[in-house]
Write a protein that binds this ligand. Structure first.
Ligand SMILES: C[S@@+](CC[C@H](N)C(=O)[O-])C[C@H]1O[C@@H](n2cnc3c(N)ncnc32)[C@H](O)[C@@H]1O
Length: 220
């Protein structure tokens, strides 16, 4: 039986891709950088102009740096425009689409998911089992149900964050996962330090992908 095809724009090393594949999609990724760790069919190219024809659904994760809390501390990257331009383009395309970004992004009507809703944990070097705190926003033209509610604020002292390209351990912002801890808690054993810090955990997109598949199964 053929599986529906999902185009994964701004795919990086494929955190989102693996979740959609587990949900039941065949996945094709596009990124401006060459991605040697992406686990499915990959094309290097510009996601802002990549053809959308022939796909049953599209996911996009435009660059988040200019929407994150840290962007007020560092220079802007000039990529903030891509988020709304992508939503406009996918709306005009008309098929089922999902766009993801960070908590600081202006995404009215978005659904926020957190690792604590999916029981994503890692045993860290200090001997604790820590929950992933990772809030990501999703907007879609498919009605998306939530996952039950984040409980990371009730788990203070047992949280791990995944960000940046180096270091790990107890930091002023809380406990930061090293590479092994980050791979474990994100569920991405194939990823580099950079790839895991950029990614959506596959558990989030499996949850969303199952809802998009259910939407595709309903006759128009
Ligand atoms: C936040 S990461 C995506 C993470 C991915 N969804 C995952 O779950 O692993 C954003 C990616 O967008 C890519 N990118 C930036 N500008 C792009 C463009 N114009 N076209 C395609 N990819 C681009 C970056 O190279 C980076 O890999």
């Amino acid at each position: 039986m053929t599986r529906p095809r999902l185009l994964d724009l701004f795919c990086c090393e494929g955190g989102a891709a693996v979740g959609y594949h587990r949900a039941g999609f065949d996945v094709v990724g596009v990124d401006i950088e060459h991605q040697t760790r992406y686990p499915y069919e990959f094309h290097q190219g510009d996601a802002m102009t990549w053809p959308l024809d022939g796909f049953d659904a599209v996911h996009a994760s435009p660059p988040c740096q200019d929407h994150s809390a840290l962007s007020t501390l560092h220079a802007k990257h000039g990529t903030a425009w891509m988020l709304h331009a992508t939503i406009e383009r996918l709306t005009a395309w008309g098929g089922p689409w999902v766009v993801e970004n960070v908590e600081g992004a202006d995404m009215p009507g978005s659904l926020t998911l957190c690792g604590s809703e999916f029981g994503l944990t890692a045993r860290t070097q200090d001997g604790k089992v820590r929950l992933l705190k990772r809030h990501r926003r999703f907007v879609s033209n498919v009605l998306l149900m939530g996952a039950g509610g984040c409980h990371c604020s009730a788990s203070r002292g047992r949280i791990v964050g995944v960000y940046g390209d180096g270091g790990g351990g107890a930091m002023t912002r809380g406990y930061k996962g090293d590479l092994a801890e980050s791979r474990e808690v994100m569920g991405m054993p194939w990823a580099s330090r950079h790839g895991v810090s950029q990614a959506i955990p596959p558990a989030y997109t499996q949850f969303i992908g199952e809802q998009v598949l259910a939407h595709l199964a309903v006759p128009a």
